[in-house]
Ligand binder design. Sequence first.
Ligand code: MG
Length: 159
Amino acid sequence: MNIRIGQGYDIHRLVEGRPFILGGYSIPSDKGCDAHSDGDVLIHALIDSLLGALALGDIGSHFPPSDMKWKDADSGKLLIHVLSLIKEQGWETVNIDTTVILEAPKLRPHIDRIRSSLAELCQLPLECVSVKAKTKEKQDAAGQGLAVEAQAIALIKKV
Ligand code: MG
């Protein structure tokens, strides 16, 4: 088998006075993710999808919240670390597809910058990096603006 697929999911509470970083790109917003790290929910979901593709565990097992080393960590660095693990095992990413679910701010004006940021981190062509945005129709925490969710799927191939 020369291809593998993985999926990832993450959710963070949105609170006032925190930076709102998605895919390594900082979005102007009065709220951001409450988290041990920089709270980049999109990169966290993506990391879990990449680890999942090779059954390498999850983000918590690689970067435990109890480890002060990762306090306010730049999630882009965690992603680069995970990509290097995959590369060491002889695999490379083919494409990634992601969805961010939140009520506000509207992501559409920022989507291309988020995609570019992820493409650069993953060293993928832009056309292999998809970022989609959804609202949750005012339902549950994400719909009420209290949280942001992200889902990701990654396809990898044997080099
Ligand atoms: Mg997270």
